[in-house]
Design a protein around this ligand. Sequence first.
Ligand SMILES: NC(=O)c1ccc[n+]([C@@H]2O[C@H](COP(=O)([O-])OP(=O)(O)OC[C@H]3O[C@@H](n4cnc5c(N)ncnc54)[C@H](O)[C@@H]3O)[C@@H](O)[C@H]2O)c1
Length: 256
Amino acid sequence: MAIYPELKGKTAIVTGAASLSSIGEAIALAFGRQGTHVAVVDIDEEGAQRVAGQIRRDGGEAFAVRADVTRSDEVAAMVREVLQREGKVDILVNNAGGFHEVELANQISDERWDFIIDLNLKSVFLCSRAVYDHMVERRWGRIINISSVAGRMPTLPTPVHYAAAKAGVIALTKYLARELAPYGVTVNAVAPGTTKTARFLRLRGADAEEKLRGHVPLGRLSTPQDQAAAVLFLASDEASYITGATLDVNGGTVML
Ligand SMILES: NC(=O)c1ccc[n+]([C@@H]2O[C@H](COP(=O)([O-])OP(=O)(O)OC[C@H]3O[C@@H](n4cnc5c(N)ncnc54)[C@H](O)[C@@H]3O)[C@@H](O)[C@H]2O)c1
């Protein structure tokens, strides 16, 4: 993985970073290897402690913070805790999200709709709002939102609430980028294609990789590390003139 010396000593919040073999874990570990101080934020405290411990064992700096990113009180408390420990937040990666069953639209209850929209879209708003004034005051910041190929175009069977939320993340990214550009804060999105996480294998079945890779022009599914590399780039000085963009990391599955 590339080394970006400017990321050393910066403070990054990565949400949804606790699960084994997940995109958030890969992002947190990748920042850890750059010498970035990582707040590993997740609703799963034990998992967040595991990832923070792994980063420290690898020689980096990290700590776990338990928060439900769909709740504004918990998000505010999480950002307060990071500021108490670090004195600053340079980078926010809004990664928490996902869905766990492929429901058709006529099977989706009001509660499931709200749950998926809150997890995948409201959480991005809440966490971004919680660091907004701080980044404006410091005249520097990086916000990176994890959208999905599902928010770009229908590919695999995917429920509508998730796709709508991920498309919403892209619009939120653009509008927030416009608001924050005068203050030196960039806001970008990464739209992963199908990525071999433990959640994906549970959802699509153990043979899914074999079945799906033929649909990817580059001939393989994404690894969590492919997505982490894009996030590091967007956080780096190399990307300082990029804002409001969505980086499609999907092996050529969707080209816009
Ligand atoms: N895996 C894929 O194929 C794929 C493709 C496109 C986009 N994505 C997106 O990438 C992101 C990560 O996906 P993944 O497959 O690694 O998912 P994952 O389920 O492995 O990880 C999600 C993490 O979020 C945490 N989380 C869940 N609810 C939370 C809450 N309310 N508050 C805080 N943390 C919470 C979970 O505990 C878990 O650690 C998601 O936004 C997902 O939509 C994934």
